[in-house]
Design a protein around this ligand. Structure first.
Ligand code: PLP
Length: 401
């Protein structure tokens, strides 16, 4: 959004929910008292602070319920879930913990299309002499399962494969991947930051050992996340300090945001059906409307196994950044590739891994919806986009009518 658009109070059409989401009003109301009124430290002996611990445990139960982590300890607490500062911290903690827990095993396996929260750690581990293997994907972004199986071996400490891709929305066969990892005695972690709240998840029936999620992708605030650690897994904390989170994540709890994440998890569980029916129908309407009305517009990714809210569309022979700027003037927010790569003119690492032709990859726009989007908004985008693309193509040296 340019400042002018914000200042002119133009209606915002927010289709960038894989980058971040609005905090749900109910979530905001739930967290509000924990700043100026109930601001005590949950570790305090006095009731003013100490009573807040039960609110944190309630949030833990809400998150556990969303991900179907049903195991409780003997005090009735869902100790398989710990709160962290973000999805990135959860991802890093899981992978580094596995390497510390199994010091004899050095190898890490991950896909080429992981979020930088995992992929950049892989590159860093290589610098520290850990062998890291990257599973390739095909032109639809599907994992090469045969290559994956060849890569995992007895020296593999951990496999980390994302549940859903932030750019294409592709949903990966994480259960199958976990089964293969276990066959070779490796731990299995999944970055489920984009999946949780959008598609069902049941850790009780799963082989996944560790799972990361992030608050700001499911209508909780930025700066809070969670890590699921299956009971019985050897875990080494990344942060050393106080006894918070039973010694697994030191640091005074971000009370308001944790309580907000709990509420958001509860709401996400309740709106999962809407996400998979109404939101999906809006996404399909948008996709159809754009592809039917704009020549050489192509859906990128695996349409058979995708998140219900995401579509990545390549508009041949135009520059994604220019499309985004034109959309921005109309108050429409989307992303080119991923938010993290916006600003760079190189196609994203995901599109490069898929081998998408440069002229299409450069014009790839990701639309990611949420339960707050309406059909009116989608129809406005369908009406406006052909003119934007047509206008830019007139200026494009790559476009041949
Ligand atoms: N993993 C995926 C798939 C993501 O999409 C993101 C954020 O975009 C992250 C990890 C990082 O989460 P956070 O922003 O909470 O650190």
């Amino acid at each position: 959004m340019t400042e002018d658009t914000i200042m002119s109070n133009k209606k915002l059409i927010y289709l960038d929910n894989n980058a971040t989401t609005a905090v749900a009003p109910e979530v905001f109301e739930t967290m509000r008292p924990y700043f100026c009124e109930q601001y005590g430290n949950p570790a305090s002996i006095h009731a003013f602070g100490g009573s807040i611990m039960s609110k944190i445990e309630n949030a833990r139960a809400q998150v556990a319920s969303l991900i179907g982590a049903t195991k409780k300890d003997r005090h009735g607490k869902f100790t398989e879930v710990i709160f962290t500062g973000c999805g990135t911290e959860s991802d890093n903690t899981a992978i580094l913990s596995a390497l510390r827990a199994c010091p004899k095993k050095k190898k890490v396996v991950m896909s080429t299309v992981e979020h930088p929260a995992v992929l950049s750690l892989g590159k860093e581990l290589e610098k520290r002499a850990y062998p890291v293997s990257y599973v390739p994907v095909d032109s639809h972004g599907c994992l090469d399962m045969a290559r994956y199986e060849e890569m995992v071996d007895g020296n593999t400490a951990i496999v980390s494969i994302m549940w859903a891709n932030n750019e294409t929305g592709n949903v990966y066969p994480v259960e199958k991947c976990a089964e293969i990892a276990h066959r070779y005695g490796a731990l299995f972690h999944t970055d489920a930051v984009q999946a949780i709240g959008k598609i069902p998840c049941s850790m009780a029936d799963s082989q996944i050992d560790m799972l990361s999620l992030s608050g700001h992708k499911l209508h909780a605030p930025k700066g809070v996340g969670a890590l699921y650690i299956r009971r019985g897994i050897r875990f080494h904390p990344a942060q050393i300090g106080g006894h918070q989170e039973r010694g697994r994540r030191a640091g005074t709890e971000n009370v308001a945001s944790i309580i907000a994440l709990g509420k958001a998890a509860e709401l996400a569980q309740a709106s999962m059906e809407e996400e998979n029916t109404r939101v999906k129908a809006l996404r399909d309407r948008l996709e159809r409307g754009l592809c039917e009305n704009i020549p050489k517009a192509k859906v990128l990714g695996d349409v058979k196994s995708r998140l219900p809210n995401t579509t990545l569309i390549g508009f041949a022979a135009v520059e994604g950044e220019s499309i985004l700027m034109k959309m921005d003037h109309l108050g429409i927010c989307a992303s080119s590739g991923s938010a993290c790569t916006t600003g760079s003119l190189e196609p994203s690492h995901v599109l490069r891994a898929m081998g998408v032709a440069y002229t299409i990859a450069h014009g790839a726009i990701r639309f990611s919806l949420s339960i707050y989007n309406t059909q009116e908004e989608i129809d406005f985008v369908i009406r406006e986009m052909p003119e934007i693309i047509g206008w830019l193509r007139k200026l494009s040296p790559f476009w041949q009518d």
